[in-house]
Design a protein around this ligand. Structure first.
Ligand code: DGL
Length: 251
C-alpha cells in the first residue's frame, strides 16, 4: 500500500500548506502533525527545535510509515534543516527552499520578508534572495495571533509599519501561519504582491501524492480547540483530529 506524506509545524500554520496541496490533489493521503502544546517555535533554541522536530518525524515514521516529510515550518527549516536531514533517511521537503524558489520565479523587487524572530535572525532568506533588495522584519506575534485569533488590524499595521516606506513590490510570507492573515496584510500593504512558499511545495511532493482516504490531523494540544480553529480558518474542509503526546527522540 502506498503511504501518506507527513506534514509538520509548530501549530496550525502548516495547514496553510495542506490547503494549497489539497487544492492540487483533493484526495491526497497525508498525516499532519501540529505541536500546539509547545507552540510558538519562533524564539526557541536550535537545540529545542532539533529535538521537537526529531520527535515529530520519528512519530510519523513509527505510527504512519510516511513516505516523505514536509517541514511546513520556516523556523525549523531555517534553523536545523541539515541536522534533520542527517538524522532521517526519508525525503525531507523544506518550506524555506520552496520560498526561495517561488520568490525567484517572480522577479519582483524590492522584496519585503516577514517571518519569526528565529527565521529572520538566521538570514537565510536575506542571503539567498539578496538580488531582490530584501527588507526583512520579524513579526514575532503573528503566529500567536493566528493560534489564538486575538488581534485586530491595528496590531498588523503596527508590526508592518517598518515596511511602509520601501515601496515594496512583493512580500514573502516567511511563516506558514501568515497566509491566514493575508487579508489584513493586504489591507496594510495594498501595492504588494504576497508570495506564499506553499505553492512551491506542490512540485516537490508531487511524486509522493496519490488519492487515498487517509487524511489525518494530529495535535499535541487540545483536539476541540484545534477543531474550532480549523472551522474558522478552513471552513470548506472537515477533518478528523486526534491528540497525541510525543515520546522523546531516542538518541
Ligand atoms: N509556522 C511556523 C513558521 O513557519 C512557526 C511559527 C511559530 O511557531 O512561531 O515559522
Amino acid at each position: 500500500m502506498k503511504q501518506p506524506i507527513g506534514i509538520i509545524d509548530s501549530g496550525v500554520g502548516g495547514m496553510s500548506v495542506v490547503k494549497t496541496l489539497l487544492e492540487y490533489e483533493p484526495e491526497m493521503g497525508f498525516v499532519y502533525l501540529g505541536d500546539q502544546a509547545r507552540c510558538p517555535y519562533g524564539e526557541r533554541t536550535k537545540k529545542e527545535l532539533l529535538q521537537f522536530t526529531s520527535e515529530m518525524i520519528y512519530y510519523l515514521i513509527q505510527q504512519y510509515q510516511v513516505s516523505a516529510v514536509v517541514i511546513a515550518c520556516n523556523t525549523i527549516s531555517a534553523t536545523c534543516l541539515n541536522e534533520v536531514r542527517q538524522r532521517f533517511s526519508l525525503p525531507i521537503i523544506s518550506i524555506v527552499e520552496c520560498g526561495i524558489a517561488v520568490t525567484r520565479e517572480h522577479h519582483l523587487k524590492p522584496l519585503g520578508i516577514i517571518a519569526t524572530t528565529k527565521t529572520i535572525a538566521s538570514h537565510i532568506y536575506q542571503q539567498q534572495l539578496r538580488d531582490y533588495l530584501p527588507q526583512a522584519v520579524a513579526t514575532p506575534n503573528f503566529a500567536t495571533y493566528v493560534e489564538t485569533q486575538t488581534y485586530d488590524l491595528t496590531d498588523i499595521s503596527r508590526a508592518l509599519a517598518p515596511l511602509q516606506e520601501h515601496n515594496l513590490q512583493a512580500l514573502l510570507l516567511g511563516c506558514t501561519h501568515y497566509p491566514f492573515l493575508a487579508t489584513e496584510i493586504a489591507q496594510v500593504l495594498p501595492e504588494c504582491q504576497l508570495l506564499d512558499p506553499a505553492v512551491g511545495v506542490i512540485q516537490e511532493v508531487q511524486q509522493f501524492l496519490f488519492p487515498t482516504n487517509r487524511q489525518i490531523i494530529v495535535t499535541t494540544g487540545q483536539e476541540s480547540q484545534l477543531q474550532q480553529l480549523l472551522a474558522k480558518l478552513l471552513p470548506e474542509y472537515r477533518f478528523s483530529i486526534q491528540q497525541t503526546t510525543l515520546e522523546p527522540y531516542p538518541s
